[in-house]
Design a protein around this ligand. Structure first.
Ligand SMILES: [Zn+2]
Length: 357
């Protein structure tokens, strides 16, 4: 496993020493500094965290660490956390450790991890859905994450918008979001847009991303995300929550139905209450946002069955998930056989998101 650093393909080497530390020193003396760099942390001088050392089958972390005494004939094994070392899909050792729990999944592997690291996801809204979704996507190592939100953090947001803390009240949400996300994973490039997702910027913005995650809290924005993504052929995850219920579906324009196939027009303003008016249990957007992040990752990996042509309803009070078939409507104004929407300016997003022919 260290053959590029040692120049030998031998898997067993005889060396002598009283402790594990002596043995490592002897190996470094034999194989040179390149091998030393692989084994020892340059800052602490200790054994790197991702190198597991076993003495007669026992992890030295459970013995006396590098000071573990060696008896005559002891068998010492040095095993990196993931076999393959530096050549493992071009991932650094820290990346291998950081993402090890998903890299060991057959559906991810080193190849999938590289795919995620080359991908970009736009999250519309850094609120109840955007918080859990952005946390998981950042932790998973998506290469570039965009967040668009023009709001500032309000005390009433903190019950569910877990990206933000008490200290963030009155700060722009995108600023607070970026700070938290970079702390979780400084490798991810976070791009923030401190503006409303609107007719004027929607097409330009969505066109730049591999996938869009709808974390918005109002119907006009949800319709706008749908229409812009369908026009630009950008796949997206739709999510919505209210009180104890949530709903989500995944839309691949050109390959399945869209949000307007399900709901051709938005309910008139005031007909369906908002979370502000009717309330929402904080953990409900947590569940839906986490599902949206899962769908995003599956899409980027090309693994599993997406929620395409299916709408998933979640009822937290009954604690039940229900699935409904969603078919593409030939009369859909966005993705039908003869789509009416050719330009976003045709849609009245201020009212019921109806289309003006
Ligand atoms: Zn449609």
């Amino acid at each position: 496993m260290f053959k590029d650093a040692t120049g030998t393909t031998a898997t067993t080497i005889d060396v002598s020493g009283e402790t594990v530390k002596d043995l490592i020193d002897a190996l470094i003396k034999q194989f040179g500094p390149k091998f030393g760099e692989r084994i020892l942390d340059e800052k602490t001088g200790g054994v790197r965290r991702f190198i597991n050392i076993f003495v007669n089958g026992k992890d030295i972390r459970n013995l006396q660490g590098a000071d573990t005494k060696l008896e005559e004939g002891a068998e010492v094994r040095l095993i990196p956390a993931v076999a393959g070392g530096k050549e493992f899909f071009g991932l650094t050792q820290d990346q291998i450790v950081r993402y090890s729990r998903q890299i060991i999944l057959r559906e991810v592997g080193g190849k999938g991890q590289k795919k995620l690291m080359r991908s970009s996801v736009l999250i519309v809204g850094a609120g109840g859905l955007g918080s859990p979704a952005s946390l998981y996507l950042t932790a998973a190592g998506i290469g570039k994450i965009g967040i668009i939100d023009s709001d500032r953090v309000d005390l009433s947001n903190l019950q569910r918008q877990i990206l933000h803390t008490n200290d963030d009240i009155d700060r722009p949400k995108i600023e607070s979001a970026k700070e938290k996300l970079q702390k979780i994973n400084p490798e991810v490039k976070i791009i923030t847009h401190n503006e409303r997702f609107a007719v004027e910027n929607a097409l330009d913005i969505v066109g730049d991303w591999d996938f869009v995650l709808d974390g918005s809290d109002n119907f006009p924005t949800k319709f706008l995300i749908n229409d812009a993504c369908v026009l630009k052929r950008v796949p997206f995850s739709h999510g919505g929550v209210l009180r104890f219920v949530g709903m989500t579906t995944t839309i691949l324009p050109g390959k399945g139905p869209c949000y307007r196939c399900l709901t051709p027009e938005a309910p008139p303003i005031g007909m369906i209450p908002t979370c502000q008016e009717a309330g929402v249990l904080g953990a409900v957007p947590g569940v839906i946002g986490a599902i949206q992040a899962t769908e995003t990752i599956k899409y980027l990996l090309g693994s599993g069955e997406l929620l395409v042509g299916r709408t998933l309803f979640f009822d937290a009070l009954e604690m039940r998930f229900e699935e409904f078939e969603l078919k593409r409507s030939p009369n859909c104004p966005a993705c039908g056989d003869r789509p009416l929407i050719k330009d976003l300016s045709q849609v009245d997003y201020g009212h019921v998101c109806e289309v003006r022919p």
